[in-house]
Ligand binder design. Structure first.
Ligand code: APR
Length: 269
């Protein structure tokens, strides 16, 4: 963990007027929730096609059976997990006024459990289920009771309930998409934490922050806006953003880096 880069990032945070954070599954691994693409990750344990939207529409009972197994098997403790020091550090930095918004790709509700208030759930939230007919939303505990009686669980209106996470091939919630893109355009500092930056459109948010999504304008003699935004990665390992989009990467565990970063910011404010 490079303390010089943490010190530099704490200066950027303290002097920033609009900091946002983009998080991925890597911030939750220290809470016992496996990420998706590291060795032993979720896509090594479960068939990703179970989370294809088209599969849910054709075999909702089959998908619910798999989700119930995941929630009961214990090796994917998404529903019981508790926030770790990384989530807590981000909540404290928001409380201190240094972070405006967290855009999370995670579906584990851990930022909210840690006390973060402004959280945009880019990929929804697995701790709820939503009716695909009327849109009514139910807490997961309630759904488990209905699901024990019949699969797929049904809404009071008779419609089928679907886990409220965004499945592959399903649209990102419109409000989450527009608000995230606007925040990325407006911010002057983006922390990108624990994401492999491989899944669109979330992976484009750091490019938008850097004004790089307007590269095409460069060919049309429209000047590419000077990037006013710093992008700092916190990850165990480099990603496609490293050296191309981000200013630098603080390599290390998200929990340890963020707890240290919070300490440095405290000293400077
Ligand atoms: N500290 C820092 N980085 C970590 C830690 C940790 N403790 N644990 C894992 N990482 C890093 C991994 O090295 C990897 O770069 O976090 C990243 C996790 O990447 P993915 O598993 O691909 O997760 P994510 O980027 O969130 O996936 C994006 O893909 O399958 C979809 O919808 C799913 O939201 C998810 C999206």
């Amino acid at each position: 963990m490079d303390l010089g880069l943490i010190d530099k990032t704490s200066d950027l945070l303290v002097n920033s007027h609009h900091t946002i954070v983009l998080t991925g599954a890597g911030i939750s691994t220290e809470s016992g929730v496996p990420d998706f693409r590291s060795p032993g990750g979720i896509w090594e344990r479960y068939d990703p096609t179970v989370f294809f939207y088209s599969r849910f529409l054709s075999e909702p009972d089959e998908v619910w059976r798999c989700v119930m197994d995941m929630s009961r098997c214990g090796d994917f403790p998404l529903w019981e997990a508790q926030p770790n020091r990384g989530h807590l550090a981000l909540a404290h930095l928001e409380e201190m006024g240094h972070i405006k918004t967290i855009i999370t790709q995670n579906i584990d509700n851990l930022h909210q459990k840690a006390g973060s208030r402004k959280v945009i759930e880019f990929h929804g939230n697995m701790l709820f289920a939503k009716c695909i007919t009327c849109g009514a939303r139910y807490e997961y505990d309630h759904v488990l009771k209905i699901a024990d009686i019949s699969l797929p669980p049904l809404c009071d209106c008779g419609g089928i309930l679907k886990p409220d996470a965004v499945f592959f091939g399903e649209a990102i919630p419109k409000e989450a998409l527009t608000e995230s893109f606007r925040s990325a355009e407006d911010c002057d500092l983006m922390l990108v934490i624990g994401t492999s930056a491989q899944v669109e459109p979330a992976a484009s948010l750091p490019l938008i922050a850097k004004g790089m999504n307007t590269l095409f304008r460069g060919f049309m003699n429209v000047p590419i806006p000077k990037s006013h935004c710093h992008v700092v990665e916190i990850n165990r390992e480099p990603t496609p953003l490293t050296g191309e989009v981000s200013d630098f990467i603080i390599q290390g565990s998200a929990g340890e880096v963020l707890a240290t970063l919070e300490e440095y910011v405290h000293r400077k404010t």
